[in-house]
Design a protein around this ligand. Structure first.
Ligand code: MG
Ligand code: ZN
Length: 381
């Protein structure tokens, strides 16, 4: 009887404990599992580099459409670990890209429109800033302007996503090592002040260039100097109009960042315009942007496969369009429909590869992605 009571108490303690397990403790347990299983597969025990890839507006249907229109294959299929995150924001079940990216970047659920600030508009340190503080190299690559919500949330702290010039000025406060994206005019032809941030970057030791001067791939690059390149004055072109830099910038960025610091790197790469195809309810736009993003995913996986110490995470901030593939579709020829020209609240897939990948399986809040990345950085440094 005494033994039975003891067992019962133990059981209750375990049950209580489990229900009260914090996300952090949960993550810690997952890390242990990761160390064992992934060291067996030839990876470094803990990641040195982290590459986070965000397909803006890339829900399951965007992925499916890209796959069916690409001969039934995507590089995304190479990922061993898949999870789902809950994308809602603090003030709306339907998140926007600012709150969605701030959740990944800073680990807080915040209001729609917030850039790197919490729901009280207070700045929250981002994963990129944490990486900088650990002397890691850092980078941002985007097919929107570099001051647009997704990249901005990793480096800026502003109460509204539309404050593009303030966001650009925040690039001067963090010593980001490599960035490529549009939005040159927010740096060199500002309306709210007469600073020339393009010039300030050069004065701060950056090699700065842009599409007016030379091709990205022909840019002078020294791994001892930081690098910035503007792909457009405002929004970059669509893939269908000839934009093709995401793949090149990504290969360049990975090689550059690896040489730039002994301490590893953090790189965020965004396929920005999958979302814009969704807003336009334009299936061809979604598919071409999706395939461009997936091609870049292939380059990142090739790098990580050789390197063995890079954690790769691919996800989206939210789905856009309430996009679906309907009757009348065939492989390589889709009939599609949309339920909205805005975002939806669908669960969003997360793909992970490399050391620390296993902790990305399961279903969790979007903010958990920040914690899992931060843990990887803390374990390494
Ligand atoms: Mg975006
Ligand atoms: Zn959107």
């Amino acid at each position: 009887m005494k033994n039975l009571m003891y067992l019962l108490i133990c059981f209750l303690m375990i049950a209580c404990n489990n229900s009260e397990v914090s996300d952090t403790a949960h993550d810690r347990n997952e890390v242990k599992g990761t160390l064992v299983s992934y060291s067996e597969e030839g990876f470094a025990p803990i990641p040195k580099n982290i590459i986070l890839m965000i397909g803006d507006g890339m829900g399951i249907t965007q992925i499916s459409a890209g796959m069916y229109m690409n001969g039934n294959k995507l590089n995304l299929e190479r990922f061993p670990i898949i999870g789902l995150h809950k994308p809602y924001s603090s003030d709306n079940l339907i998140t926007d890209s600012a709150a969605g990216a701030t959740a990944f970047a800073c680990g807080v659920k915040t209001y729609n429109g917030a850039i790197g600030v919490n729901s009280d508009t207070m700045p929250v340190q981002s994963i990129l800033e944490i990486a900088e503080s650990k002397k890691m190299a850092t980078g941002l690559i985007s097919t929107s302007t570099i001051v647009h919500a997704t990249p901005a949330s990793f480096i800026a702290h502003q109460k509204d996503r539309k404050m593009y010039e303030e966001i650009a000025a925040d690039f001067m406060d963090t010593e980001i090592d490599f960035f490529v994206g549009g939005g040159k005019k927010y740096f060199d032809r500002r309306e709210t002040d007469d600073r020339n941030l393009y010039k300030e970057l050069e004065d701060n030791g950056y090699i700065v260039s842009d599409y007016f001067q030379n091709d990205l791939i022909k840019s002078e690059l020294s791994h001892k100097k930081n690098f910035a390149y503007f792909t457009a004055d405002n929004d970059p072109l669509m893939v269908s109009q000839g934009r093709d830099y995401l793949y090149a910038a990504t290969k360049m960025g990975m090689a550059f960042l690896r040489k730039h610091s002994q301490n590893g790197f953090f790189l965020m790469i965004e396929g920005s315009q999958i979302d814009w195809g969704g807003h336009a309810n334009d299936s061809d736009y979604i598919v071409t942007e999706m395939i461009d993003f997936d091609r870049t995913i292939g380059a990142v996986l090739d790098f990580a496969e050789r390197d063995k110490e890079t954690l790769v995470i691919v996800t989206a901030d939210h789905e856009t369009g309430g996009y679906s593939i309907i009757s009348g579709s065939r492989m390589d020829s889709l009939a599609t429909a949309f339920t909205t020209d805005y975002h939806t609240a669908d669960l969003i897939p997360v793909f992970a590869y490399g050391p620390g990948a296993r902790r990305f399986s399961g279903i969790y809040e979007n903010t958990a992605i920040f914690r899992k990345m931060k843990q990887a950085i803390n374990n390494h440094h």
